[in-house]
Design a protein around this ligand. Structure first.
Ligand SMILES: C[S@@+](CC[C@H](N)C(=O)[O-])C[C@H]1O[C@@H](n2cnc3c(N)ncnc32)[C@H](O)[C@@H]1O
Ligand SMILES: [Zn+2]
Length: 221
């Protein structure tokens, strides 16, 4: 179904030998199954500017290191307009076609490599994407989270809310039995950003979809 050969995107890539129908499970991502600690140890001497990785996050406990005992799946490059997707089933990672792929087409999936609070300013340059898609976002990293600052639509929404608050305040003055807007949101129940990521499992904790981890090995076939 597939072959590994040089890719215009980067190094080796994986190409379709025949038409692959949408929904086909193309290949399992294989390699050593190790802990995050071991992955860090294995590649502790890696240059911070080296973006090359064969590591793949399974969950907060396990990483697949396809640099050792890996198969062809480790050569599937990242693409911003992907024809494949990675998925985890019973702690195993599979690459599936998300649209029909023609013979000769390179297989790509969106790595969405996780961002870290301590990423250097030039992290998007380090992880620059060369997929060549018209919709290329320029980076193999996951898209940046929306900033919480007030701009554009958020400003307009805030203005509408302020108007609503004024009206509510007036209504409250008018009818003391009306529900206080402040009770609609309990600060204690607000989602705490800190719980979304465990510092001990940085970059890899709690990911819902499979994606390569960092740092990276430099292993080659
Ligand atoms: C799993 S390997 C893919 C195989 C790789 N082409 C090779 O020959 O070893 C992942 C690495 O390939 C490179 N890579 C994959 N997709 C890329 C892209 N769209 N743009 C730039 N580099 C890419 C990055 O160095 C990335 O860490
Ligand atoms: Zn791209």
């Amino acid at each position: 179904m597939i072959e590994v050969r040089h890719s215009p995107v980067h190094g080796y890539g994986v190409f379709a030998l025949r038409r692959i129908r949408k929904g086909t499970t193309v290949i399992e991502y294989l390699g050593d199954r190790i802990s995050h600690e071991e992955a860090d140890e294995r590649y502790s001497d890696k240059d911070a500017k080296d973006n090359h990785t064969f590591l793949f996050t399974v969950d907060a406990k396990t990483v697949i290191d396809a640099g050792r005992n890996g198969n062809e799946a480790r050569f599937i490059n990242h693409g911003c307009d992907p024809n494949c997707e990675s998925g985890i089933m019973t702690k195993r990672v599979f690459i599936e076609a998300i649209r029909t792929i023609q013979p000769g087409e390179e297989l790509v999936y969106d790595y969405q490599i996780q961002r870290d609070p301590d990423d250097p300013d030039d992290v998007d340059e380090i992880f620059a994407c060369r997929c060549g898609a018209a919709s290329c976002r320029g980076s193999m990293l996951e898209p940046k989270k929306q900033r919480r600052g007030k701009s554009g639509a958020r400003k307009r929404q805030a203005k509408r809310r302020a108007g609503a608050d004024d009206r509510r305040a007036k209504a409250k003055r008018d009818a003391s039995t009306r529900r206080n807007a402040g009770t609609r949101r309990n600060a204690g129940t607000r989602r705490n950003a800190g719980t979304r990521r465990n510092a001990g499992t940085r970059r890899r904790a709690g990911v819902k979809r499979a994606r390569p981890g960092r740092p990276s090995p430099r292993a080659r076939r």
